[in-house]
Design a protein around this ligand. Structure first.
Ligand code: SAH
Length: 452
């Protein structure tokens, strides 16, 4: 979500005549978009701002700003701490950045009053509709689309409801229009973004033929010509209902990968986290999805070391994590977020224990991911080519429908195309393949999945 917000701000600035440079050293303006989910992310952003502010010594017109969740979370306290800061913009004001920057720059050039630090942290009605701009000149093959803002859940560990505000959704029409524009510019895959995507439109849009607003949105996006693949993140296990499960059967563009945050495999800890589901319910969702798509890929978010997590609780998580067999996971060490209910709980888990539990899950993940990737050696996989790989001359990179990264030798022109790769090798994170000459540029076809 932060990546998408940054991208939208960059696109708005480009439209305003700013150019985006390749490296911070070349920049006259640096805006740091920030995360507040863990303390470490905040500390990094504060450190980086202090470091960058030194540029003002050699370039008095250097502008530095902080955007996003940490700005919203810490507010003016950041200005006291970082007196060189020119701009502090919250999560509902990203679209105001171009105007603020113009004002700051005008005043630095002596054409306006000295503004001091501009602080813009208010709530704004309709702000969910403002994260919409893309760089259509250099479109992403695989792009994010923000479908809603905010969160109405009350997970006891989480700062997001404070930083992102109440849940607000965009209209289906507006989202589809944005995706049509992107498709026309060259985007082939979209990932729909929201804190809890399956609660999309719950208050605004009625059910239709038993289908939730989110599934209606998926159906509408599935109709967009030029879009070949649809993903979304993150759904919540609560509200992951039959209509959404059946969407994987009915919507050919919906990819066989589900990111479903689990957080813990212990029902006691899930209750303490105020996550309203049990491991049994979670397991049921996975089973129902596998019944429809046997080779579905799963990823998740886990927090280790939530206050009061005993060795027995962690053992339940470890065992469940192994049992499900996630191909990918973000494993977080619990980080105290001041102002959240869990911050005041006694029985905080020592850092060393969190570290150990983190390592145990990472190890299981690496093994599972390797086994799954190796099982693909010798098969043909449909890959959406994103562009040149980070390493290797003449090597392209893309992803399978299951969201596994794949690299292969090929011509740059293939960027944006679906190709069939014959998989010849695999590491934990990457598949290696060669183009399968007979079958490149395949149509989206899921019959091979249903035949299992
Ligand atoms: N709305 C999403 C979560 C967004 S935050 C959802 O409910 O699925 C992304 C992830 O950060 C969470 O899933 C959680 O695993 C992690 N996280 C959130 N707060 C955290 C904290 N205080 N410490 C460690 N990890 C945290």
């Amino acid at each position: 979500m932060n990546e998408r917000d940054s991208e939208a701000v960059a696109a708005m600035l480009r439209d305003r005549g700013y150019s985006i440079v390749g490296h911070e050293k070349e920049a006259d303006v640096v805006l740091l978009n920030t995360c507040a989910v863990r303390d470490q992310a905040e500390q990094k952003a504060i450190g980086k701002t202090g470091y960058l502010a030194k540029n003002k010594r050699t370039n008095p017109e250097f502008v530095i700003g902080i955007l996003g969740c940490m700005a919203q979370n810490r507010g003016r306290e950041l200005v006291d701490r970082l007196p060189d800061l020119d701009l502090l913009v919250g999560t509902q004001k990203f679209h105001r950045v171009p105007d603020h920057l113009d004002n700051i720059i005008a005043s630095m050039k002596g054409r306006g009053p000295t503004p001091g630090t501009i602080v813009d942290l208010d709530e704004e009605e309709g702000s969910q509709n403002t994260i919409r701009a893309h760089n259509v000149e250099e479109p992403r093959v695989s792009a994010f689309v923000s479908i809603m803002q905010g969160c109405n859940m009350n997970c006891t560990f989480c700062i997001v409801p404070k930083t992102r505000g109440r849940e607000r959704c965009r209209s289906i029409t507006d989202i589809v229009e944005e995706i049509e524009e992107m498709a026309a510019a060259g985007t082939r895959e979209v990932t729909l973004l929201g804190q809890i995507v399956n609660s999309y439109g719950r208050r605004e849009i009625p059910f239709l033929n038993g289908k939730s607003p989110f599934v209606q949105l998926l159906e509408a996006v599935n109709e967009v010509k030029g879009i070949e693949r649809i993903r979304f993140t993150s759904p919540h296990p609560r509200g992951f209902k039959q209509d959404l499960i059946e969407a994987y059967r009915d919507l050919p563009k919906l990819c066989e990968h589900v990111h479903l945050p689990l957080q813990s495999g212990s029902n006691r800890i899930l209750r303490a986290m105020n996550r309203p589901y049990s491991r049994e319910r979670y397991r049921q969702i996975i089973d129902d999805l596998r019944a429809i798509v046997p080779d579905m890929y799963f990823s998740t978010d886990i927090i280790v070391g939530f206050p009061g997590e005993s060795a027995a609780d962690f053992e339940l998580t470890r065992e469940f994590f192994e049992e499900i067999g996630f191909e990918m996971a973000y494993i977080f060490k619990y980080s105290v977020r001041t102002g959240t209910p869990a911050a005041d709980l006694e029985d905080q888990v020592p850092q060393a224990v969190k570290e150990e539990r983190n390592q145990i899950l990472l190890q299981i993940l690496a093994e599972r991911s390797m086994v799954r990737n190796r099982s693909l050696i010798g098969t043909t996989q449909e890959v959406l080519v994103e562009g040149p790989a980070r390493k290797g001359e003449g090597i392209l990179a893309g992803r399978t429908r299951g969201n596994r990264k794949a690299v292969f030798p090929g011509d740059r022109d293939l960027a944006g195309k679906l190709v069939n790769l014959h998989i010849e090798g695999a590491s934990v994170s990457t598949l290696r393949g060669i183009l399968n000459p007979d079958t490149s540029d395949s149509k989206v076809d899921k019959s091979h999945l249903l035949a299992h």
